[in-house]
Design a protein around this ligand. Sequence first.
Ligand code: PMP
Ligand code: GLN
Length: 398
Amino acid sequence: MHADKNLSHTQQTHILTSGVRTKFPNATTTVFTLMSQLATQHGAINLGQGFPDFQPDPELLAAVTQAMKDGLNQYAPMTGLPALRNIIAKKIRHFGGRQYDPNEEITVTAGATEALTSSLLALVHPGDEVIVFEPTYDSYIPAIELAGGKAVTLPLNAQYMPDWGLVSAAITQNTRGVVFNNPHNPCTSLWSESDLDALARLTARHGLWVLADEVYEHMVFDGKQHTSVANHPVLSECSVLVSSFGKSLHVTGWKIAYVAAPAVLSKEIRQVHQYNTFSVATPLQAGIARYLETSFEPLEQLPAFYQRKRDYFREALAQSPLRLLPCSGTYFQVVDYQAISNLDDVAFSRWMTQTIGVACIPMSAFNREGKHSGQVRFCFAKQESTLLEAVNRLQALK
Ligand code: PMP
Ligand code: GLN
């Protein structure tokens, strides 16, 4: 077939691509990417997108390097290296959770993002309703909608906790599941045992599955305990638990995470994972398995490690006109800036990045309607010197 010489290149291209229809009519590039780009462009300190600016443990790097040298450079099994799946099962038990069968119930994924999307693509059918709490992490709703489902968003209350009356009232005959994030990004709140019990009662009554995003499970402060679905007798039998070594081992760029779920759920999720990702980086999996083989101390140290950073950052910020919201977990600090600016939170975040030289994330990014919040989120997973420099720049705020 020859191109029609009477048509311009643009017209030709238009015809050739006329069959393409978007599945994301309302989506744009994520705010994390946009703010990181803006930070680079303006030489701002990037407290926006959540990632550490320090190196992981040299022993972990050595274990991965050794795995590469040992020749572990070809495809891993689809479900993950057995050594890593065994360690994950052991780790969950170690922290008081259900005994998962590493062969049938644990799957290693390309980050928690893949774990979440594969789980939702596997479990949500066209017309299904899935309950999501707002503020919400940005990938849940697009994945539910990609699967043909409807996300039913319910607001968290003033303490950023679920209102169980609202949840109960939102359940219809089409409701199939509940997605939640604990500890919560960006609000930092932690679910209590009684929240898990309330959810368990609803799941038992209505036959719902649960998708628990627990990527910040080891970042819980002030002596509080993380309440995992894995440790709950009812929820552990109907839940998909997602966690990420990216967060727990300070290696967000490695994109190694996992799904732990009863076999009947894992079987479905593995079907999607198999055709989507198939398997994830072998030497990274082997290195992590070796690193955690002898001890879970690196994970046990995390609450104190991040609490020190939280306290350092909060104390330094206490002098500024920004109002600090409570921070119970994760590595994020939310502040209210309304005492100093009437800008909407997107404009304020841009201004902060361009003029003050500190990048942050507008809280409206975690809201489906993009409602202006008067609040922005900072990530404190940084070296003290970075936090200090950021706070010095923030002194310019009046
Ligand atoms: N869930 C939440 C709540 C997150 O904050 C993140 C990343 N910041 C993810 C999932 C994605 O994790 P990963 O980088 O392992 O894909
Ligand atoms: N989850 C990270 C955050 O909240 C961002 C990850 C991403 O950019 N997708 O900052």
